[in-house]
Design a protein around this ligand. Structure first.
Ligand code: GLA
Length: 402
């Protein structure tokens, strides 16, 4: 028979569990049940790097809640590297007390009060890429801390992992997060080195497929240590070819965060960037200063017709269906059988780009309605093919619906 004490202890433990995770009675939480459509949000790294603070995060959350981004579907506000500074004598992770004076729990509460979700960053190695404490050997302790703080999303990097096996490392943290019973989206940032698309389903909700994006149309700059690379937008795009069969609800290829609005590309180039990320069913994580966007940037990031392509519930990743020198056609199959199609011109002068119905799996005799998703205009019905003039370094993006 149980002693009175053990009954009291068991009752208290049950109460604590309920009190810390009131909405999570579900012991069956599975990885793939999260991120049923590609996650949308904002991440601090591309624009702010290590210059993160609670003031920044609060003002970003304020803006996202009032500038149309939240309504357009952006949810997660994610602090990337540099929020953490050390561990205490018990190994608990400590946030930088200068930059996050009120603590991470208060910040997560603030973000939640705006109707948004909150994310953090860590690393599978001993240290993060910026030399802050990593989670290696502290996975379950960190996961519990994140859950107590109210974290909804974890980006998990791959610096300083030495000989660690990627599948083991990411499985361990995935399990630790699930064991908290809090639904925490798990973003694997392994840069594609160990081909995470082959084993990541059920472990991560998204996995980076390449090295870091940079705010350029095209570039392949090596890192200072000689390893490869910091890529331009089209170099990342090219590396997505052939990966489309690995993505689906709960498990997405991640070609890295958006650079839209950061200044290194023209408006048509950013439109192309956003169109492709939408078609690739990529996570749409804005990486600019959303507190002070130009009208052009805002129009790109909140184009709900393009976002609807990204968030289509069947979760098919689009792919390249035709390449003719600098001219390409990409297509994504949507839940209702229609297609989102990108006519792409990488060249330096305007050109006509044509999609034939056979390129997108339709019989040539089919009549289909064509809608321009950037001009927000119905272009009437076409039979057999559709073509449009596409200016240099830009796209025409249409929805083709039989
Ligand atoms: C790596 C990641 C980036 C970013 C930085 C932070 O380079 O790939 O996305 O998180 O680390 O240090």
């Amino acid at each position: 028979m149980k002693s009175n004490w053990s009954v009291v202890v068991a009752a208290l433990a049950a109460l604590c569990a309920v009190a810390s995770f009131p909405q999570q009675s579900n012991a069956q939480l599975t990885r793939d049940s999260l991120a049923q459509t590609p996650p949308m949000g904002w991440n601090s790294w591309n624009k702010f790097a290590c210059n993160v603070s609670e003031d920044l995060i609060k003002s970003v959350a304020d803006s996202m809640a009032s500038n149309g981004m939240k309504e357009a579907g952006y949810q997660y506000v994610v602090i990337d590297d540099c929020w953490q500074i050390s561990r205490d004598e018990n190994g608990n992770i400590i946030a930088d007390p200068q930059r996050f004076a009120s603590g991470i729990k208060a910040l997560a509460d603030y973000v939640h009060s705006k109707g948004l979700k909150f994310g953090l960053y860590s690393d599978a190695g001993s240290k993060t890429c910026q030399g802050r404490p990593g989670s290696q050997g502290h996975e379950f302790q960190d996961a519990l801390q994140y859950a107590r703080w109210g974290v909804d999303y974890l980006k998990y990097d791959w610096c300083n992992t030495e000989t660690r096996n990627a599948q083991e490392a990411y499985s361990t943290m995935s399990r630790a997060l699930l064991d908290t019973a809090r639904p925490i989206v798990f973003s694997m940032c392994e840069w594609g080195t160990a081909k995470p698309w082959l084993w990541g389903k059920g472990i991560g909700n998204l996995w980076r497929t390449t090295g870091d994006i940079s705010d350029k149309w095209s570039s392949m700059k090596k890192w200072p240590d000689g390893s490869c690379c910091e890529y331009g937008m089209v170099d990342i795009l090219d590396q997505q070819v052939g990966l489309e069969s690995f993505a689906g609800p709960g498990h997405w290829n991640d070609p890295d965060m958006l650079e839209v609005g950061n200044g290194g590309m023209s408006t048509p180039e950013y439109r192309a960037h956003f169109s492709f990320w939408a078609l690739l069913a990529a996570p749409l994580m804005a990486g600019n200063d959303v507190r002070s966007m130009s009208p052009e940037t805002k129009e790109i990031l909140t184009n709900t017709e393009v976002i609807a392509i990204n968030q289509d519930k069947i979760g098919r990743e689009g792919h390249r269906v035709k390449k003719d020198g600098e001219l390409e056609v990409w297509s994504k199959t949507l839940a209702d059988g229609s297609r989102a199609v990108i006519l792409f011109n990488r060249g330096t002068s305007e050109a006509e780009v044509k999609v034939a119905w056979e390129d997108i799996g339709y019989p040539a005799h089919l009549s289909a309605k064509v809608r321009d998703l950037w001009a927000h205009k119905d272009l009437g019905a076409s039979t057999g093919s559709f073509s449009a003039k596409v200016t240099s370094h830009s796209v025409v993006m249409v929805k083709i619906a039989p």
